[in-house]
Every structure is written in C-alpha cells, then in structure tokens.
Design a protein around this ligand. Structure first.
Ligand SMILES: [Zn+2]
Length: 193
C-alpha cells in the first residue's frame, strides 16, 4: 500500500506519493493560488492529487501537513498569518473528493512525525523540530508521544512572546511574537526596525 502526502505552506503546495518505507514515488510542487478565495485552496490540492493519476484502491490514506494554527477537529486552518484569509476548509472537501482516510496535522507536527518514522528521530523519545520558513513552526515528541494539544497547535512556538514591548506585529495580528522578528517573511521588518 502507498499513501499520499500534502505539504501545505504559505507559498507552495507539495503533493507526493510515497510507500511505507518512506520512498517518494512521485511528487508535484505548485505555488499556492490565493485568487479563488479560502475554498480555492482545497480545490487546488484536489486538482494536484488528481493529476498524479494514482490507483485509489492502493492508497491507505492522505496525510496533510498544513500551516496553522489549525482546528484539527473541524479540519480547518483557523488563522493563516501568511495568507489573505482565515478559516480555510481543508480536510472535509478532500475527504469527500477521494473517500480515503485523511490525517490533518500542523505541518511541523507532520515534519517531526516524519523524522521519527524515517529520519533522525529513529529510536528517540524526546524530539523537537523547528522550521524557519515563511513563518516559524515547531513539532514535538515527548516521551514517545506526538504532542498536538486539543486543537493541534500545542507546539506553535512562532507565536510565543519574545518582546513584551510588542514593537513588531505578527501576521496573526498580535504583537511581540517570535515570528514577527525572525521568520523568513519578517526578518526584513526587524532589520528596518
Ligand atoms: Zn503571532
């Protein structure tokens, strides 16, 4: 059996077909299209998956690692600091389109899970993964368990206060967050400041 994975970032959507050993069999990257509103994102993912022409009888499920913060119970992106809209429906439209199990996670939780399964985290019970890209994210294993928290955002480290004076505003609308100073999108603001 194989599985599909979707990496949904603020800049690109990457879709890959992989096997259970972690080999990537096929892969497509597209720039995210923000011109069709919040529902257009799931439709773009569906179109990319369709273009891979996979045999759905051999697909165990689709894993989606998404920018966040998320509401994993509702399957939506709650706030997308680096996109022009919030409350973006992701899980349900994709589940309806392909009728296979969908696993929807914060992108950094998915990344740390990948490292645990196939990478540097093999045999390690306490593990953190920090990414600095458009935003800043983190995923963590503690005592061998993936930490998600009630909404899936337990390790959202980019939205931690590092400057109580709140000089710079984060994409999430709050001030003084680490991401407002040190993410790929915001380092230029910090340099100007
Ligand atoms: Zn923030």
């Amino acid at each position: 059996m194989n599985a599909l994975s979707v990496d949904l970032g603020a800049t690109n959507i990457r879709v890959a077909l992989g096997d259970k050993e972690g080999n990537i069999l096929r892969k497509i990257t597209e720039r995210i299209n923000i011109n069709n509103g919040s529902k257009g994102i799931a439709n773009q993912i569906i179109r990319i998956i369709n273009s891979l022409h996979v045999d759905y009888n051999r697909i165990k499920g689709i894993g989606i690692g998404s920018l966040g913060p998320l509401d994993i119970k509702r399957g939506i992106i709650l706030i997308a600091p680096n996109l022009p809209f919030n409350n973006i429906p992701i899980r349900d439209p994709i589940e309806t389109a392909f009728k296979v199990p969908i696993h929807f996670l914060n992108d950094c939780s998915a990344a740390v899970l990948g490292e645990k399964m196939f990478g540097l985290g093999d045999g390690i019970d306490n593990l953190a993964y920090v990414t600095i890209s458009s935003g800043i994210g983190c995923g963590a294993y503690v005592n061998g368990k993936l930490i998600t928290g009630k909404d899936g955002n337990a390790a959202e480290m980019g939205h931690t206060y590092i400057d109580l004076s709140g000089a710079l505003e984060c994409g999430c609308g709050k001030k003084g967050h680490w991401e407002a100073y040190c993410s790929g999108n915001n380092i230029p603001n910090y340099v100007k400041f």
